[in-house]
Design a protein around this ligand. Structure first.
Ligand code: FES
Length: 87
């Protein structure tokens, strides 16, 4: 869920994973490692939301099609136009 339209009270009894919980500098999540290796981002402003959305997609669907990836990231806007590299 996008944190910008999610009231805190609605997740009071839920587990919440943020980017900080995805990986560490020493042990980045495979998505984080791949974004770095592939130089997928430009300014990085959008990356937190995109990584969390992508991780959520892969958790529920480990082998998504390109169309499913694009649909899952549809609400995450990248002003640098880096969507294609991220996909
Ligand atoms: S990399 Fe700059 S907004 Fe996405």
């Amino acid at each position: 869920m996008a944190s910008c339209d999610m009231p805190m009270w609605s997740v009071a009894d839920k587990a919440v994973v943020t980017l900080e919980g995805l990986g560490t500098a020493e042990q980045p999540h495979p998505l984080q490692r791949t974004f770095i290796t592939e130089q997928a981002m430009q300014c990085g402003y959008c990356v937190s939301g995109i990584l969390i959305s992508a991780a959520a997609l892969l958790k529920r669907n480990p082998s998504p099609t390109e169309a499913e990836v694009r649909a899952a990231l549809d609400r995450n806007l990248c002003r640098c136009g880096s969507h294609n590299r991220m996909v």
